[in-house]
Structure formats: C-alpha cells, structure tokens
Design a protein around this ligand. Structure first.
Ligand code: COA
Ligand code: MG
Length: 293
C-alpha cells in the first residue's frame, strides 16, 4: 500500500491538554500522540482517554495523527490499543526486536479494525528499530513484513541505556559509534524494505541552528523525514525535506535530457557527466514534489 510522505512527526505527550491544543497549529505533517516515555505511569490511563477524545474530535484531519503505544511486551500496550477506535493514521511501535513484533501488531490491528468498523489495513505501523540490543541485528528484517509498514525510525536514548553506556555522544558532540551504526541501520533497513527512513529527534530544542545542520545532513544521507519534540522544530524540518526550486529545475532538466536522448545511458549537462543514478535521483525528487502536493 502506498502511504503519504510525511516530513515532520511531532511528538505530543498524550496527557498534556495544553500541548495537544498547541499541536493543532504546529504545521507538522504528522503528530505522534505519546502514551509511552513522555507520560508518567500514573497518568497513562488519563493520557489514553485524552488521546482517544482527540482522535474522535479530529476525524477529519489535515495532519496525520499517529499514536505511540507502549512496547508490545508490556500489558500497557494492550490497553493502549483502545485508541484504535479513534481511527489513528498509524501506531508508532517502540522497542521492537525485529519485524516479528510488527507482524504481531499487524495481526491485532486486523481484528481491531473489524471490531471498530474501520477499513482493512487503514492503520499504518512505524517501528522504532534500534532501541534494544537485539534490534540492531535485525534492522534488515522488515522487508515485506506487512503492508502496514510506513517507515522505520530510530532512537539513541534507549539503546544507550540498554547497553549500559553513559553517553551517546563523543566529546566533540557527534553521535558515538553505536548511534551512528543504529542510524545507518535504520536508513538501510528502510531502503531495503522500500519505506520511509525517518531520522530521530534533536533533543536540544532551543538550538535551532544545530537542528538545521542535523536535518540537512540527514536528508543528504537519504532520510525523508524527522521526528520532532517541540513545535519550534517543525518549520526547519519541513523546509529541509521539501525539494528546493533549484533541485526541481535540475531534476526536470535531467529527465528531459534523457528523454531527448533515448539511446544514451550517459550524457553531459552543464559540463558534468550524468548517468542512471542521476536520472533516478532526479525522478525521486520529482516524485517527492508530487507526493507532497
Ligand atoms: N507539542 C505541542 N506543544 C508543545 C510541545 C509539543 N511537543 N512542546 C512544547 N509545546 C508548547 C508548550 O506547551 C508551550 O505552549 P504554551 O505557550 O501554550 O504554554 C509552547 O509550546 C512553548 O513551549 P516551551 O515553554 O518552549 O517548552 P516546555 O518547557 O513547555 O516543554 C518539553 C519542553 C521538552 C517538555 C516539550 O517540548 C515536550 O513535552 N516535548 C515532547 C516530549 C516528548 O513527547 N518526548 C517523547 C519522544 S522523545
Ligand atoms: Mg524512549
């Protein structure tokens, strides 16, 4: 199933009425109403109720609304599935070990969609694929696991804690080796599965320059979206993942150059060599424009 492309996914703690309200005007392509780590355990029940009412109140929506449930290994996850009745666009599944967890959730959703009168396979799944030590060995397992799979994303905090490490950064501020590996596995795993690779959060939310640099690098590497934790981050993320006027012009020229020379696998444009990877890149940029329109 082909799913919409989302550039920005804004986390909103599910128990915060104030943030839920603020989220409406954030401009994020997708909201992720959180029932997991940003909600204190004594407020989870309240958060479930608020999230479900929010979904009901936003049946017709401009932004996608996702819900992050608790890990499937916990009883809380099953209670979280009450939100399915509100027809979320998708569920974010944290702390997966492999694609088998996605398949388990997909099977549950098959039943719940029937119960709640929703179209079959309407609820997508976005797993967080690097939060457990085991998950690092199965990032390549997601291809073909479920038509609900919309993307893969990753997290730096939980894997750091799970490994008993005290920091996920090097002295210079860049991610350490484990996190760099996790980020790359997420990217390659998503490409192998043919779904969106979505970069993790930038936690230092008052440092917009740092975010701009990280999101620029993420896009250059192949990510097509990024998680956000604060409304002030949304604009920079949307901007970075929107093809610029120059990129669109270049792409149109590349496609045209190949169309006009059907017998050529390589040709020159503005004094530079072009071959198949450039044509694919140009087509991908134009497809992104089309999907965002
Ligand atoms: N979604 C919606 N609104 C948010 C928001 C979010 N993620 N983060 C902040 N806001 C709102 C605040 O409520 C405040 O609104 P107000 O003017 O109506 O009071 C406004 O934006 C400015 O917020 P600010 O004062 O700069 O931040 P804060 O100190 O209130 O909150 C965080 C900082 C980090 C606690 C908050 O951004 C947050 O909860 N982020 C999400 C955390 C999360 O979900 N983590 C899980 C994934 S890692
Ligand atoms: Mg977490």
């Amino acid at each position: 199933m082909s799913r919409a492309l989302s550039r920005s996914f804004l986390f909103v703690p599910g128990d915060s009425e104030r943030k839920l309200l603020k989220a409406e005007t954030s401009g994020a392509d997708a909201l992720i109403l959180d029932l997991e780590d940003s909600v204190a355990s004594n407020r989870t029940a309240l958060a479930r109720e608020q999230v479900l009412s929010y979904l009901h109140a936003h049946r017709r929506r401009e932004s996608q609304i996702w819900v992050r449930i608790n890990p499937l290994s916990t009883p809380a996850a099953l209670l979280d599935l009450a939100v399915v009745a509100g027809a979320p666009d998708g569920l974010v599944l944290p702390k997966v070990d492999s694609a088998a967890d996605v398949v388990r959730l997909a099977n549950m959703l098959d039943a719940l969609e029937v119960r709640d009168g929703l179209s079959s396979s309407s609820i997508a799944i976005l797993p967080v694929v690097t939060e457990t030590p085991a998950s690092l060995f199965s990032a390549g397992s997601y291809s073909g696991c479920s038509s609900r799979l919309a993307g893969l994303t990753w997290g730096a905090e939980d894997i750091t804690t799970a490994l008993g490490a005290s920091s996920n950064r090097e002295l210079g501020g860049e991610y350490n080796h484990v996190c760099t590996l996790a980020r790359t596995l997420c990217l390659a795993g998503a490409a192998a599965a043919g779904v969106q690779p979505i970069d993790t959060i930038w936690a230092d939310f008052t440092n917009i320059d740092g975010l701009v640099e990280e999101v620029r690098q993420a896009r250059q590497r192949g990510f097509t979206g990024k998680l956000a934790i604060h409304p002030a981050q949304v604009e920079a993320i949307n901007f970075a993942f929107t093809p610029s006027a120059e990129e669109i012009t270049w792409s149109l020229r590349v496609v045209k150059a190949f169309e006009e020379n059907p017998g050529l696998g390589t040709l020159a444009l503005d004094g530079k060599m072009l071959d198949m990877p450039h044509l694919k890149q140009a087509r991908r940029i134009l497809a992104t424009v089309h999907k965002l329109a």
